[in-house]
Design a protein around this ligand. Structure first.
Ligand code: SF4
Length: 253
């Protein structure tokens, strides 16, 4: 198991420290990964500058259950992205999951396969999750937009406004213990701020009426382009793992 996790840490580009007195696959090796570890301030709830003006999410009658919500998303024509999609990308994973991972929007491969975070970015996300002990099938993964913006452009405010209620309902059904948001666009959208990602990382935010704890990190596609920031992502993941442990009284997934 430790050997497997080492492979995921390697995928993150994290140097592993092996204590001389401990066997290579010991828990101490995992706990000491990514040295030196910059200090991360726990439980730092930091208000971020609000974005203005943000279009309000439009009301949507609660679906009440996963199959109904999935059907509604599949049939949705509420914005023009329905005209260019191959299919909607509802989200994937364990509907009992305690972790919800949220990205921005489907890309080309996601549009083809109907599943979020596939391809190289998806593989790196899987490695990021495994590095903190979370197999992909134990979490739920979704995007803010359920349809691919042409050319992978940024989501438009009206598209977010129309689609966000679906994500809000996914959160209501899942009731996650923690939300991990990957990427600047998703973070700024969910936190309704224009603050740069650097100011949103390393802080415990909340989302929605339930004030679900929310942690921000880099999008894996960005990390593929900028591997030097993988170490910061690893700090974010450890921060999220610590926040989850505090929320749940020490549990993992
Ligand atoms: S992006 Fe969302 S709101 Fe727009 S058509 Fe797709 S499912 Fe509907």
């Amino acid at each position: 198991m430790a050997t497997m996790r080492n492979a995921y840490l390697d995928a993150l580009g994290i140097d592993r420290w092996v204590p001389r007195s401990a066997p290579a696959d010991s828990p101490a090796e995992i706990a000491a990964a990514a040295t030196p570890a910059p200090a991360v301030v726990p439980e730092l709830r930091s208000p971020v500058a609000p974005r203005s003006p943000a279009p309000p999410a439009e009301p949507l009658a609660p679906a009440g259950d996963w199959p109904t919500l999935r059907e509604r998303v599949a049939a949705c024509v509420a914005c023009d992205l329905c005209k260019t999609r191959t299919q909607t990308v509802f989200g994937v994973g364990n509907t009992q999951a305690q972790w919800l991972v949220i990205g921005e929007a489907p890309g080309a491969e996601e549009d083809r396969q109907g599943e979020p975070f596939v391809g190289r970015a998806g593989q790196l996300l899987n490695a990021m999750l495994m590095a903190i002990g979370l197999p992909r099938e134990t979490v739920f993964i979704a995007n803010i937009l359920k349809c691919r913006p042409p050319g992978n452009r940024d989501p438009r405010p009206e598209e977010v406004s129309r689609c966000l209620p679906f994500l809000t309902q996914q959160v209501a059904l899942l009731k996650p213990k923690i939300i991990l948001v990957v990427g600047r666009i998703a973070a700024q959208t969910l936190l309704a701020t224009d603050a740069p990602l650097a100011r949103l990382r390393g802080k415990l935010h909340t989302f929605g009426d339930a004030e679900t704890p929310l942690v921000v990190t880099y999008h894996p596609a960005y990390l593929l382009r900028t591997p030097a920031d993988k170490r910061k992502a690893w700090e974010d993941l450890k921060f999220a793992r610590g926040a989850f442990a505090r929320v749940t009284g020490g549990g993992n997934a």
